[in-house]
Design a protein around this ligand. Sequence first.
Ligand SMILES: Nc1ncnc2c1ncn2[C@@H]1O[C@H](COP(=O)(O)OP(=O)(O)OP(=O)(O)O)[C@@H](O)[C@H]1O
Length: 309
Amino acid sequence: MIEINNLVKRYGNLVALDHLNLNIHEGEIFGLLGPNGSGKTTAINCMLALLKYDKGTIRIMGEEMRPDNYKIKQQIGIVLQNVAVFDELTVYENIDYFCGLYIKDKTKRRHLVEEAIQFVGLEDYVRVRPKKLSGGLLRRLNIACGIAHKPKLIILDEPTVAVDPQSRNKILEGIQKLNRQGSTIIYTSHYMEEVEQICTRIAIIDHGRSIAVGTKEELKNMIKTGETITIEAIALEQKHLNDIQQLPHIFELSYHEQILTLRCTGAEHNLIRVLNYLQEQHIPFGRVFSELPTLNDVFLEITGKQLRD
Ligand SMILES: Nc1ncnc2c1ncn2[C@@H]1O[C@H](COP(=O)(O)OP(=O)(O)OP(=O)(O)O)[C@@H](O)[C@H]1O
């Protein structure tokens, strides 16, 4: 559905996209996951031909994307970071206006607008003007305006930033429903939990490059970490740390402020082995956690830094 090859975009001396390659297939909820400033919005704006780029190619639905390619643009629904609605129109009128840019038949449009309102859960606010809506409701309106005409491709750029949990859940459920109804979705976020929850495939972006692509399982299988163990233990001495480091499958150990963190390869029984050791040595311990790898671990292993610094 979208093929991006060797895309380069510079802002003066700053290279925002550095030979970015992406291949997004029909029917996917494709996540672009990366920290702030990694180039997600720039990539989206290039895809939409809102920004000129320096090098590379973008093909959408088999055609080269150009600013005047209205045939393709008609089939794309866009929800950008900045809310773009008319203050003087009500919720209903706003959605009707944006839907009307694509759908001229009034009866058909009424159905679509009503469906979009239900979709984002704004039934109680149809006559309200945007200024009276909370941040979360406003974002939901922004989404309804972008998707009411049921486009084949929907691009959402960080739609849940600064949104309350209830609106966030509504938005995420809505996106999955749109996908079930046949839309391909591109979803950018720096929240790894959201991306894990809804995306069928994910590209991790850093410094304008795609550093890993796959399903969440594939991404997690790319890294060494199979389990991270955290134990609150006071008075561990260097000798103990050396002994623990020697236990099987532990490849990284840190001990700060009485918190022992162990990164282990995927093998089983890691936790029990460490706890047995602490008991044998009569070392008291408090809280104990064992976590499966997250997309942050993937990011950390590939780039050496946290997804959210
Ligand atoms: N109009 C601009 N002029 C100059 N530099 C820009 C411009 N827009 C973005 N940048 C820079 O390009 C880089 C990529 O920014 P971009 O907004 O694409 O990242 P992002 O991953 O979408 O981040 P965010 O989540 O903060 O929006 C950043 O270093 C940013 O400061």
